[in-house]
Structure formats: structure tokens, C-alpha cells
Design a protein around this ligand. Structure first.
Ligand code: BG6
Length: 255
């Protein structure tokens, strides 16, 4: 890509690949903290990555967030995706409807001309509700589909931002401060070393199910997310990280 060479983005990609131990890093110009259009550029790159990777009858699991919502907006019709099924990776995690994994997965499918299945689970699940819900045959069917996903695409958030956005209780806010959580992904919170310090209870993909067979695409940009990206990649280096220039430059400064 000539444009990338000119902007020096290819060098940046290689530096971030080395720094994080991630096989493939794609960097788009800009800072998504400041300009919303940068999320659409992340989206464009993500869709092209998805389209190169997809295989017939693939199940693609997606997470929520404003970044993934922007990714969905960039999806275009694709006859070769007709048999692909989009599913949410996990159940409700306290997002507005437009940023929920269910909505985004339906949006991706509708725009592509592909299939989708919904997973209906309330945000706050008690242990009892959780245990009986997973026994429901209809839930078991979709869970099986979700767990069979070969491709997973998700966002990464800064811990405090995500806890606040989910209207977490004070005791939880204190916990993430005490345990120095810096990252959030899939409803899990991580410290700088990439250790899980909290897991939100909901059904769907659990992080220890992201085995090597799954192709995981992480999409996160903005300088404010550099620490979070670095922490999460220590937990599990993704197959592809799609980020922006500001996050990438900041990532290189983290010791
Ligand atoms: C949430 C996901 O919906 O979006 C989180 O559950 C993710 O795992 C977050 O970290 C990212 O949100 P945004 O708006 O920064 O893309």
C-alpha cells in the first residue's frame, strides 16, 4: 500500500507487531479519541480483514461497543457471505442498544446479506438465573453456535471508562482502582500485566475458550486505549490488531 509507505504507517505497524508480539498489526491514520471518522477507517480495515479471512459457512462472533458499531457501518453487500452466520460473542454487558453485540451482529449480517442469530440474556444475571438459563434448549443451541465460531472480532476498552459506562457500583469502581485494572475486553478486566482481575457473569464465549483455532481480530484505537491494548495483548496476543496512529505511537512508549 503506497499511501501507507508514504505516511510511514508500515514502519509503525512493524514496530507495534514486535512490541506486542502480535503477528499482524494494521494502523490507520488519525486518533479516534478526537475524530469519529477514524473509527470508520478502523471499520474499513476490519471489514476488509474479515472478508479476506471468511470461509463458506463460517460463524463469526462479534462483541459490542462504539468501535464495533462503526465497523458494522462499513460492511458492504457480499454474495460470498450469504452462508456466513454472525452471532454475538457474549450476552448483555450493559450497553445502549446500538452498541450491543446483538445489534452489531445483526447489522453486519443485514448489510452483508448474511445470516445472524440473537442471544437474549439480561445484563445482570444472578448465579441462579445463570444456571437455569444455560439449560434452556434454545439458549443451548445458540451457545453451541457461538462456541463454534472460527472468527471473533471485538473491541478493547479502558477499564475505568467501561466500568463507568456500565454504571458499576462504587464497590466495583474501588476494586478496579485497588487492583489497578487498565483494560477491559469481553466483559473481563485486566491489570497492566494482562492478568484477569474481574469477570462479568454472562453466557457466551468465555475467554479461556479463545483457543488457537480461533482467528481473533481486535479493533481499538485512540491514545487513551494504548495501555489497555498493551495489557490485553499480554493476556492473549490477537491474530490481528487493527488500531490507529495515535494509539500505535503511544503503545511504543510504554515500558
Ligand atoms: C463493549 C464490549 O461493548 O465495548 C467491551 O463489551 C469493549 O468488551 C467495549 O471493551 C469497547 O467500546 P468502545 O466504545 O470503546 O469501542
Amino acid at each position: 500500500d503506497v499511501m501507507k509507505e508514504l505516511l510511514g504507517l508500515r514502519t509503525l505497524e512493524e514496530q507495534v507487531e514486535q512490541k506486542l508480539g502480535v503477528k499482524k498489526v494494521l494502523v490507520v491514520a488519525g486518533n479516534s479519541d478526537e475524530d469519529h471518522w477514524v473509527k470508520h477507517e478502523l471499520g474499513r480495515a476490519s471489514i476488509s480483514e474479515l472478508k479476506t479471512k471468511r470461509e463458506p459457512n463460517d460463524v463469526i462472533a462479534v462483541m459490542g461497543g462504539t468501535t464495533l458499531a462503526a465497523v458494522a457501518e462499513m460492511m458492504t453487500p457480499d454474495a460470498s457471505m450469504r452462508d456466513v452466520i454472525f452471532v454475538p460473542a457474549r450476552g448483555g454487558l450493559g450497553e445502549k442498544v446500538e452498541n450491543q453485540a446483538n445489534t452489531i451482529s445483526a447489522e453486519l449480517a443485514t448489510r452483508a446479506g448474511a445470516q445472524y442469530r440473537l442471544l437474549h440474556v439480561p445484563d445482570q444475571l444472578s448465579e441462579e438465573a445463570y444456571s437455569s438459563l444455560v439449560l434452556e434448549p434454545s439458549i443451548q443451541d445458540i451457545l453451541k453456535l457461538i462456541k463454534s465460531a472460527r472468527v471473533v472480532i471485538h473491541g478493547i476498552g479502558e477499564a475505568n471508562t467501561m466500568a463507568t459506562r456500565r454504571r458499576s457500583k462504587d464497590t466495583f469502581m474501588e476494586k478496579i482502582e485497588r487492583e489497578q485494572a487498565v483494560a477491559e475486553a469481553f466483559g473481563y478486566y485486566f491489570n497492566r500485566e494482562g492478568m484477569i482481575i474481574h469477570k462479568q457473569r454472562t453466557i457466551g464465549l468465555q475467554l479461556d475458550e479463545l483457543d488457537k483455532d480461533k482467528y481473533v481480530i481486535s479493533v481499538a484505537g485512540g491514545e487513551s486505549k494504548a495501555e489497555a491494548i498493551s495489557a490485553y495483548m499480554k493476556y492473549r496476543p490477537s491474530d490481528v490488531l487493527i488500531t490507529d496512529e495515535s494509539a500505535a505511537r503511544r503503545l511504543l512508549e510504554i515500558e
